[in-house]
Every structure is written in C-alpha cells, then in structure tokens.
Design a protein around this ligand. Structure first.
Ligand SMILES: [Zn+2]
Length: 495
C-alpha cells in the first residue's frame, strides 16, 4: 500500500477513535423535562378483590360457538354489573354479539373522533397434566399480598379490571370526556378466529356500520419491563406494540404410489418430503432492521451506560453486521423477519405400509409488509421438487398495518409513562402474538398495544403457562395510567 495512503487511513482512524468519547457522551436521549401530572386516586384494594373474583369465573371460549359455555360469560357480565355500577348506569351497554360487551361513554363534543379501549374477557384453558404444577390453583384467584394468582391475571383480566376501575373512578369524580369513549370487551380473542364468530370483528363492523371512525385504540400487547444489566442499563422499557405479525400454516405434501414396505423404493414420499423440508429450512426469509426495529435499537443503544455507549454510538456503522448476528438468535430474528417453523409431519398410517402421501405443516409468522401470498411465492421459488402440493390451512391472517409513532395517542402514552417514572424508555415494537386490535384497522389508524403494568420478563412468561400472576405492586400505576389515558386521549389536547 502507498505509504501516504497508509498514513491517511491511520490518521482518519485515529481521529475517529479519539472522537469516540465525545460522540459517546452526546449519543444519548435528550432528557425531557416532564411536568408531573396530577395525582390519581386508585382504589388498590377494590382492584385486588375484583381481579381475584374475576379469575374465579372460568371464561374459557371455544372456537365453535355451539360449544360455548355461555352461562359462565353471563356470570362474568353479572359480576361486572355488580362491581361497576356507575359504568352500567351512566354508559350505554350493547351486547354487540352474544358474549361481547361494548360500553359507550358519550362525550361532550360529537364532532371529535371517539377513542376505544379494548380487553378480552376470555382466558386460555390449563394444559392437561399441568394443574398440579401451580403453586396456587389456577381458578382460585389467590391473593397472597405479593401476587394475585390465576389464569387471566396477566392475559388479560388485569387489563380489563384496570380499565373498569379507571372508568368507575373517573365517573365517581364527575369526569366528562370530550370525545366518546368506547370500552370493547370481546369474548373469544384466544380462539383466534377471524370471521364473524369473532367478537372483535363484530364490534368493529358495528362501529363501521354506524360510520364511527376512531381516533385511537388501546389494547393488550407490550408491558413495562424492568431491564437491569449491571454496568450496562438500568431502565424500565415500555414497549408500545405498533404492529403485529401475520400467521399462516401451510401443508406441504408429496405423493407416491405406496405399497408394501418389503418392496420399498430408494426414496418414499416421506424421504422426498425430507428434501422439501430441507429446501424450506435452508431458505429462511431475509432478516433486516426495519424502521420500526431501528427505532427500538436507537432507543436502547442511546440508553445504555456511558462506557457501553463507546461501542453503541457506532450503531449506524454496526447495523449490517448486527442484523446478521441477530438472525442467528431466534428471539431476535423473529423481530426482523417472517419466521419459518416446520412443526408437524405425517406419513403412512402403519409401519409396514409405504406412504401414498407425506405431509408436513410449516407455520409462518409473517412480518408486516409481507403477506400470505408472499409466503406461498417464496415456497414455490425455493422448493426444488415442483410436484409438491401446497395448501393454506384455515386460520391464516395477514400482518397488521403499522401504526404511526407521531400520533397524538402515541405521544400521550409516552408522556404519561414518562411522567410516572422518568427512568422509562418508551419504544415502539412488534407484537409477536395476535390481539383483537388488528380487527379494528378498518375504523382506526392509531392502534397501540400496551399494558401499563410493570412486570418482569420471568413473570410475563407465565402468560398462557403455569403460575400466571400479577404483582400487587404493579396495580396502582397501572390503574393510574388508564385514568390519565382516558382523561388525556379523550380530550382534544395534544401531549
Ligand atoms: Zn390476551
């Protein structure tokens, strides 16, 4: 290499290295001076009793409406009527479809678009063989002073009771919203149907038929996660879900003559299917840092400690390498691409019979911006065996739209969260599972998925699992958030 060039490169690299400490010092979020918001009264004891009793009512939905245990939902409705009398007296309640409740709180200014807060009443059942693993029985609603235990404690009777507590308290205080406020409590979110049997679909249709366009929708999704890695970061991470992934199961089948296994060919249908699976797994969707992911990464890299920022201030340069590295870590990769999971396979029904058909089911979680059609096109491209048959199984859905992070509702969520704890990093993120919220896309652009309860990652993982429980310490701020959210977002003011 030319000596001069060598010196030049050295000088540039040296200057870059020398400027690192300065760059790292400036590579951080500007501290915002949040004016504290007025205190909110929260009846924590009432919340505790009501959540505990709500858990005792086993609101498990079934996919087939004919098999639904409607009595238990009627019981839940009667429970809400008894515990939240003002909501039932002052708001208009419509059972839009059997089981799904819609409350409308009429606002003072009909010219303003209403807002909606969603919650689902149903919970998932307890997996067979796991009942005895629970520290406290899943439907006893045990409150041991530290936690409220049971199915639905996090998903999402805590949220539903929180919203009701906020509404009841605001009504008692004489609060009147400027906009209409809707509370939409679906009855079958967990069975993941997307047709007219789905409570959320019916409620959205109901609003659309009446020409209602919503200013904002708030549903379950993100939570407030304490993130504490010694010397690196000690913050609360409030993830606002601004989009959710799509879902499709594709049955991939290979056919053959079949026959007696004593005269087996070199490759049976199952053997040929193995090659198909290999083609699929070897051609994963491309992972990339999308604008949504980028916003999350910038937030995190700016909020780590100064010594770590000496590295993370180079985030922009590191982006391509980072994307590559993250694609090897499944939880990280799932935030950056459509995921491919080969989950089931079948061949012949008996050991001594050659399969006439061999099938595998591949589950895809589709990244916003792609569709079910894109998944099929991708499969057709990467599978070399062109005789393969692809079948889309029922229950698919395309990813949601991406909600903006510069809307009034988003700004309010950010402001309220920061005002409650300035040591919070509020960031958009992608919801991996499904929610009712995506069904409201026809009537709303600003859809946010966020539960304002501070819950550790370990606890969050009990959702749909064993020992699901809500920390009592998370209640006060959770309900206060909902009160402030209703106050602020139902107004015409901006944050
Ligand atoms: Zn849920």
């Amino acid at each position: 290499m030319d000596k001069k060039l060598k010196y030049a490169i050295g000088a540039v690299a040296g200057a870059a290295a020398a400027s690192l400490p300065v760059r790292a010092a400036f590579y951080r979020e500007k501290p915002v001076e949040e004016t504290p918001m007025p205190e909110e009264y929260v009846d924590v004891d009432r919340f505790r009793k009501n959540l505990s009793d709500a858990i005792k009512i086993r609101t498990i939905a079934t996919k087939d409406p004919a098999k639904m245990n409607w009595e238990v939902f009627d019981e839940f409705h009667a429970f809400l009527r008894e515990r939240y009398p003002l909501m039932h007296e002052k708001l208009t309640l419509t059972e839009v479809t059997r089981g799904s409740l819609m409350f409308r709180w009429q606002g003072k200014d009909p010219s303003l678009d209403p807002i909606a807060l969603l919650s689902h009443q149903d919970v998932v059942p307890i997996s067979e063989g796991t009942w005895d693993d629970w520290t406290n029985p899943p439907f006893d609603g045990v409150d041991d002073g530290e936690f409220i235990w049971g199915r639905g404690a996090l998903d999402m009777k805590d949220h539903l009771i929180g919203v009701c507590e906020a509404a009841e308290a605001l009504l008692a205080e004489g609060f009147e919203p400027e906009r209409d406020v809707y509370f939409c409590f679906g009855h079958n979110e967990e069975v993941m149907s997307a047709d007219k049997t789905n409570g959320a679909v019916c409620m959205c249709d109901y609003l659309a038929e009446r020409g209602v366009h919503l200013d904002a929708v708030l549903d379950e999704g993100g939570a407030i996660l304490p993130v504490n890695v010694k010397g690196v970061i000690n913050k609360d991470l409030a993830g606002i879900g601004i989009a959710e992934k799509g879902y499709v199961d594709v049955e991939v089948s290979v056919f053959a003559k079949g026959g007696h296994s004593s005269q087996s060919p070199n490759h049976t249908a199952l053997g040929k299917l193995a090659n198909v699976i290999r083609d699929i797994e070897n051609h994963q969707f491309k992972a990339k840092i999308t604008p949504m992911m980028n916003e999350l990464m910038v937030k995190i890299t700016k909020n780590v400690s100064y010594p770590v920022r000496l590295v993370t201030c180079n985030y922009k340069l590191m982006k391509p390498a980072l994307a590559k590295a993250m694609s090897y870590i499944p939880p990280a990769a799932s935030m950056m691409r459509t995921t491919t999971g080969v989950t089931m396979a079948s061949g012949s029904p008996q050991p001594n019979v050659l399969p006439q058909k061999a099938s595998a089911i591949v589950n895809f979680r589709i990244y916003p911006g792609q569709t079910v059609d894109d998944v099929i096109a991708h499969l057709k491209k990467v599978i070399r065996n062109k005789k393969v048959e692809l079948k889309i199984l029922p229950g698919w859905k395309n990813p949601s739209a991406i909600s903006p992070t510069d809307s009034r509702a988003y700004r309010w969520i950010e402001k309220i969260s920061m005002s409650m704890n300035p040591n919070t990093v509020v960031s958009p993120y992608l919801v991996m599972g499904g929610t009712d919220a995506c069904h409201y896309q026809d009537v709303c652009e600003n859809i946010y998925r966020y539960s304002p309860f501070r819950v550790s990652t370990a606890l969050l993982l009990t959702t749909h699992g064993t020992n699901e429980r809500l920390p009592v310490a998370a209640i006060e701020n959770g309900v206060a958030f909902f009160k402030r959210y209703i106050r602020c977002v139902s107004s015409s003011r901006d944050a």
